[in-house]
Write a protein that binds this ligand. Structure first.
Ligand SMILES: Cc1cc2nc3c(=O)[nH]c(=O)nc-3n(C[C@H](O)[C@H](O)[C@H](O)COP(=O)(O)OP(=O)(O)OC[C@H]3O[C@@H](n4cnc5c(N)ncnc54)[C@H](O)[C@@H]3O)c2cc1C
Length: 593
């Protein structure tokens, strides 16, 4: 039992806990492990111990689960990480804890840990763990091959450039001649690019395909007024940080150009204008047969061992069916195709949908002199962009560098995370109370997410349903932008939308900012219903596993992986995904020997 003596330093407390933890694991002793945790404790593992992504809650389960893995996976050398932020007292999810980052070795490699010790009260003077996170960092058996370093090595060792195999790049118009790629990444957004960069670090032969003309078009083609809603300091891609003089909120075209430069700088093998059509898995040969459509319209069949779907959680546009659409003489577009409001000055615009895109587009139309009405379909979470929307990133402003913050974030299991988001939502409501009151007064239907967990949980559950107020809510509140409820909409008429009271809302343009069909739709389209049913839903929390469904972890289909999310999520989890594919490949070659 870890007794906290009054004169013990933070280091001593943590060291003592780690040494007892290691001892209990080596002794295979569940009782000793249980003594080290409080009853309602949580363990999140990203590959280090279980080899997968999992969260376990409650002292009994944690002890059993840990020991079920340590029989095969020997853990040793637990120590405070001298290169990271040192143990310190912080408040997490309203609880004062002693937080420490540590290292340890596993059978496969090196790992990091995130320990949060509940601060002992007068009644209980034992320092027990409330949460522990364990994250695989690197593999023992292989040395990561960074292409750039290899190039350097080749040059410095006097080899001519021709003797050294330069990485393949932008070879979209050529057949993949040498051998089949190990991994096909579909989509060159932040998820695809960061995954390809991490796979490159692991020395895994990877192709990224992107249906658009240029890398970055996924952002470039979005509406002109779009700037990122989260700050530059939390949005870096792996290995290459944004310049520190960049704007706090990056405009979408600047981000798009950065993505293009990133692909070039990281020597990623991206085939643009290449469409992923469909794929079938050959169970016997353990590889995919993939049909690609090349820029010249020709089909190409490739046979990667793995496919990483990085096609986003906002795939195909969602267009709700409103009767009489064909009668309407004006313009109807989905937000995906909206650029700016310059054509709509002095004209009537209807924006259907009240998420971020709907609000941003309504504000843009208003700024261009349109008469705008928004149609609200379902309740929406509104939060001012500052400080409220940024509260979820406050960890990143505490002082430790971004690598440590990523680790601290990854080492936060679901339940404490949820609690912390509930608390932040409460705080946001206080900050935003003026605008929220005004919105309620004009009939805007508000919500604060399931169990009041706020905007980020809404994103993780459904991919949307919130707006970071950069002025549109104020325009709605003061009546500059009109608001009606979707319930009142009856049908389209020639000149606009007819409401249930017979009144016609005139419209020259109707923008459907009604979101997108989720990734499940895409999977069904490309892989068929049978496979889609086999793997089940993608994205959104699974209540039992306490993890996002099918994200950056093994799926029910061998060789099929998914990654999506905001920039910081892609930065963190692309590494986890790449390591899993590397482990899978190592295991496969062992079996074949
Ligand atoms: C309007 C809007 C604003 C947003 N603002 C922010 C923000 O401020 N901060 C933030 O962190 N997040 C934001 N997001 C959420 C999220 O970060 C973005 O949606 C982001 O683009 C997701 O990145 P991704 O790589 O997962 O997917 P995507 O960016 O959607 O990339 C998927 C790529 O796959 C390609 N693709 C799809 N199907 C195929 C196929 N069959 N063959 C070949 N290629 C294919 C697409 O062309 C696309 O380039 C925003 C989302 C939207 C819609």
């Amino acid at each position: 039992m870890v007794m906290t003596k009054l004169n013990q330093t933070q280091h001593e407390i943590v060291e003592s806990w780690l040494s007892r933890f290691e001892g209990a694991l080596n002794d295979n002793n569940p009782t000793l492990i249980k003594e080290l945790f409080i009853k309602n404790s949580h363990w999140r593992d990203l590959l280090a111990i279980s080899g997968t992504v999992k969260t376990v809650t409650s002292i009994n389960y944690i002890a059993n689960e840990l020991l079920s893995f340590t029989a095969k996976n020997r853990l040793s050398s637990f120590a405070i990480d001298p290169d990271r932020v040192q143990p310190r007292y912080v408040t997490r999810s309203g609880r004062k804890v002693l937080e420490a980052l540590f290292t340890f070795d596993t059978s496969q490699g090196t790992a990091s840990g995130i320990l949060r010790l509940a601060v002992p009260t007068k009644r209980t003077n034992h320092c027990k763990a409330w949460t522990i996170g364990t994250v695989l960092q690197g593999l023992k058996t292989i040395k990561s091959t960074n292409n750039e370093n290899l190039s350097q090595k080749a040059i410095s060792s006097g080899h001519g450039a021709s003797a050294f195999k330069l990485p393949k790049r932008q070879t979209f118009n050529k057949k993949y001649t040498r051998e089949e790629p190990t991994v096909l990444v579909v989509g060159a957004g932040q998820a695809g690019l960061s995954t390809a960069a991490q796979l490159g670090k692991q020395g895994i032969d990877t192709i990224v395909i992107e249906k658009h003309n240029r890398v970055g078009d996924n952002w470039r083609n979005r509406y002109r007024s779009l700037t990122l809603h989260n700050q530059t300091s939390v949005n870096h891609l792996p290995f290459l940080k944004f310049p520190d003089h960049w704007p706090t909120y990056i405009p979408k075209d600047q981000l798009a150009d950065w993505f293009e430069a990133y692909a070039e700088r990281m020597k990623l093998n991206v085939w643009t204008q290449t469409n992923f059509c469909n794929a079938n898995y050959d169970q016997k040969l353990m590889h995919w047969k993939v049909d690609l459509e090349l820029p010249n319209g020709k089909q190409l069949n490739i046979e990667p061992r793995h496919i990483v779907m990085a096609t986003g959680i906002s795939g195909s546009p969602n267009m709700p069916d409103i009767k009489g659409k064909e009668r309407f003489k004006g313009t109807i577009i989905h937000s995906e195709n909206y650029t700016d409001g310059s054509k709509w000055k002095d004209l009537n615009a209807l924006v259907i949908g009240t998420g971020n895109s709907g609000h941003d587009i309504a504000q843009d139309l208003y700024n261009h002199g349109s008469h705008v009405t928004m149609v609200q379909r379902s309740s929406t979470l509104i939060t001012n962009i500052e400080p409220s929307a940024q509260l979820v990133y406050s960890l990143y402003h505490e002082g430790p560098d971004i690598e440590d913050c990523d680790l601290l974030a990854a080492g936060t299991p679901f339940e404490p995370l949820k609690k912390s988001h509930q608390m932040l939502t409460e705080q946001s409501k206080q900050y935003d109370k003026e605008i929220l009151k005004k919105l309620e007064k004009v009939g805007f239907q508000l919500d604060f997410g399931e169990e009041e967990t706020g905007w980020q949980f809404k994103y993780l559950q459904t991919g949307g349903g919130y707006y970071f107020n950069i002025g549109c809510s104020d325009l709605i509140a003061n009546g500059s932008i009109k608001l009606i409820n979707f319930r009142k909409v009856k049908n389209f008429q020639e000149k606009g939308l007819c409401l249930s009271d017979g009144h016609v809302l005139p419209a020259d343009i109707v923008v459907f900012a009604t979101g997108y069909k989720g990734p499940d739709f895409h999977v069904k389209k490309c892989f068929g219903t049978k496979l889609a049913d086999k793997i089940g839903p993608i994205w959104g929390f699974d209540k039992e596993t306490q993890e996002l469904r099918n994200m950056w972890t093994k799926t029910e289909q061998a060789g099929l992986w998914f990654i999506a999310g905001g920039l910081s999520q892609c930065r963190i989890y692309s590494k986890i995904l790449a390591l899993q594919i590397k482990l899978n490949e190592l295991e496969n070659s062992r079996q074949q020997q």
